[in-house]
Design a protein around this ligand. Structure first.
Ligand SMILES: [Zn+2]
Length: 420
């Protein structure tokens, strides 16, 4: 059977099964460390068992499915993604990468192919940070990078701690751990993922070979404080209008972003939250308080710092112009991650050979792959075309595209797994 057809049929079967077990009437809901997530992991184990793959779980109950290589002492080739979803998400974010990896191993088993190196599919836990306010929980626990404080984070729907949920699923959230991933034992990590924006469809490309994963710099809880005042009785020069200050802040930084873009500096800048105080604000008063969030992303760590110092300056200027105080609150964020140049050129070579249209692109969203890249493991991501964005029930993945992208993953993994 042709490689793409094998993966297409394998994918269709598993995506149907995942849909059946996770559909909530609107979309897929598989919360991090939930029964639903366990059920999805169990399904993967059943298939792995049928194909004679080794099954292992670590202390955080991440799942590893391995096809043993001829020389087990060599660093392993790894692939994978996460199995949890946001509430009422789609059927492909995360799952596509795990299903693709498993499809590759099952095809190799069926073809009687034994690689030189161990080849492992990892299904990480808890990648979607909507459930616990901690990033990349599964992949970071695998490298023992979480703190005791992280383990006390509470899940947004149940209010129970991460440690508690982990334990209930069969994990062991107590130190010390012996089953930690060691970078020197990993040859490379590849993650296939649906694209979460419109770049691939608008370029008529099936695959995006990712050049880097953007880091972020966030102010989640910014506030502007001014003065509540009667809308009819307060002349303009006596106002400390926080809505006007907010508008100035948004337009000034929007213009700055446009300038940056024109000078070739790739970044995004988003005010995702912006509201007046629901208790006090009303139509006949100047608003005395606005709350907002600011999220900046770029592949370039130095650029994030440059943007931050510009933001500090703009905040001071805007506050002065409008007679208000602006407090950005605590800064949080994540480091950008570089993808491996050799793996990128391998992905292009395989795509070309299979006549699958591929382009290079950055990942604006964070992924488990960033954890591997930041441990200095050669890492690469492959995006697959998806028309409708992600984190919504309308994610759409053509099985022909899934088959094509998985064939590319298959080819690259094989090149690496066969290296002597
Ligand atoms: Zn994802």
């Amino acid at each position: 059977m042709r490689v793409t057809l094998f993966h297409r049929e394998f994918g269709q079967k598993l995506f149907n099964a995942l849909h059946a077990m996770s559909f909530d009437g609107l979309g897929m809901t598989r919360p991090s460390f939930s029964e639903k997530e366990n059920e999805a992991h169990e399904m993967l184990c059943t298939i792995a068992r049928e194909h004679g793959l080794e099954i292992r779980r670590d202390w955080a109950y991440n799942l590893y499915l391995t096809l043993p290589g001829r020389d087990r002492s060599k660093p392993a080739v790894m692939t994978g993604s996460h199995m949890d979803t946001v509430a009422s998400g789609g059927n492909y974010d995360g799952a596509a990468g795990v299903v693709a990896g498993l499809s590759v191993l099952c095809r190799w088993v069926k073809a009687g192919f034994v690689p030189e190196r161990d080849t492992t599919v990892m299904a990480t836990r808890a990648e979607e940070s909507v459930w616990f306010p901690v990033s990349y929980i599964g992949s970071r626990t695998a490298f023992d990078l979480l703190t005791e404080e992280d383990l006390q984070a509470k899940r947004s729907d149940t209010g129970r701690t991460l440690a508690d949920h982990m334990e209930a699923c069969g994990g062991k959230p107590q130190w010390p751990h012996t089953d930690i991933l060691q970078p020197e034992n990993i040859d490379c990590f590849l993650e296939l993922h649906i694209e979460q924006g419109p770049v691939l469809p608008s370029n008529n490309a099936v695959i995006g070979v990712v050049s880097g994963i953007c880091g972020s710099m966030r102010y989640r809880h910014g506030t502007i404080l001014g003065q509540y005042a009667h809308s009819g009785a307060t002349p303009r020069q006596f106002r400390a209008d926080t809505v006007v200050a907010m508008a100035d802040l948004v337009t000034t930084l929007q213009a700055y972003w446009e300038q940056q873009e024109n000078s070739g500096k790739a970044m995004t800048l988003t005010f995702g939250v912006c509201y007046t105080d629901a208790q006090q604000a009303n139509f006949s008063a100047v608003a005395g308080k606005v709350s907002f969030s600011l999220d900046v992303r770029s592949q370039d760590a130095a650029l994030l710092e440059e943007v931050d110092s510009h933001i500090q300056q703009v905040v001071q200027d805007v506050a002065k112009r409008h007679n208000v105080t602006i407090d950005l609150g605590e800064r949080t964020g994540s480091a950008p991650a570089r993808m491996d140049a050799e793996l990128q050129s391998m992905a292009f070579d395989v795509s070309r050979a299979l006549r699958i249209p591929a382009i290079t692109m950055a990942s604006g969203a964070g992924h488990d792959a960033a954890t591997f890249a930041n441990r200095n493991i050669p890492t690469e991501m492959l995006f697959v075309r998806n028309e409708n964005g992600s984190h919504n029930p309308y994610e759409h993945l053509e099985m022909a595209d899934f088959g094509a992208a998985t064939a590319v993953l298959d080819g690259v993994l094989k090149l690496r797994a066969e290296r002597i």
